[in-house]
Design a binder for this molecule. Structure first.
Ligand code: ZN
Length: 234
């Protein structure tokens, strides 16, 4: 009986070590993928894909794979409360050439807060990210729900970035609806908002990304878009 227990314990240890090593090498290989640095031609149309409310351990990894396949650097407006549990994903995003923006700590409507509470929401997110990526600075803030007022504008130091096209994926829009919204409204210089927390996102992007590429659109981050186009910053 004792011998059986020893064999069982040994197998268990090997299994745990094997799984841990496998996971480590898998994550390590994702982080070390070549950086997305597409050549940007200012004469050609460009759009910025943005993804809010993540990172999400279910939907963000396949999204990163898809963006990698289409060489589409994007901007992720992340929530502070999701930072500490998704450190590998955040490292992968930055190492891959994506941009991170501040979407507050707890997705609170900033127009309902005092200046001190607004600062707390923004700074707590910055500080959470500093623990994982000490050298990374988020340049932009996206207020939850796109809600802002004069007090929010006066209190937040970074530019507030909204969007030109709301894909409605947050409202359980179907894949067909998301595709139609994007493909019938897209213009050079547009900022699109998606959410990497829903199952329709990936299916829609699998149709949208090749179609936009076919039409000659380049995919850029908000910082890159601001270099080549005039974007509305509040
Ligand atoms: Zn949001």
């Amino acid at each position: 009986m004792k011998r059986k227990n020893e064999i069982f314990s040994c197998c268990l240890v090997f299994l745990i070590v094997g799984v841990t090593l496998g996971l480590f090498f898998h994550l390590h290989s994702r982080i070390n993928r070549e950086k997305l640095t597409p050549h940007i031609d200012p004469e050609q149309p460009m759009v910025a894909l943005t993804f809010d409310d993540g990172p999400n351990p279910t939907y963000t990894p396949p999204l990163l794979d898809l963006l990698y396949r289409y060489q589409a650097p994007s901007t992720f407006f992340i929530l502070g409360e999701k930072i500490s549990s998704n450190r590998w994903l955040l490292q992968e995003m930055v190492c891959s050439g994506h941009e991170l923006g501040n979407h507050t700590y707890s997705h609170t409507d900033l127009t309902t807060l005092t200046p001190q509470q607004i600062e707390y929401e923004i700074d707590k997110t910055k500080n959470a990210l500093k623990k994982i990526l000490p050298n990374y600075t988020m340049l932009y803030v996206r207020p939850p729900y796109g809600h802002y007022n004069q007090l929010v504008e006066d209190t937040v130091e970074q530019p507030l970035i909204l969007w030109d096209i709301d894909t409605m994926d947050w409202d359980s829009a179907s894949v067909d609806t998301i595709c139609e919204i994007v493909l019938t409204n897209i213009h050079d210089g547009d900022i699109l908002v998606f959410h990497d927390n829903n199952p329709n996102l990936l299916k829609a992007l699998e149709r949208i990304l090749p179609e936009l590429q076919e039409q000659g659109f380049q995919f850029v981050t908000i910082r890159q878009l601001a270099e080549y186009r005039t974007i509305e910053q509040r």
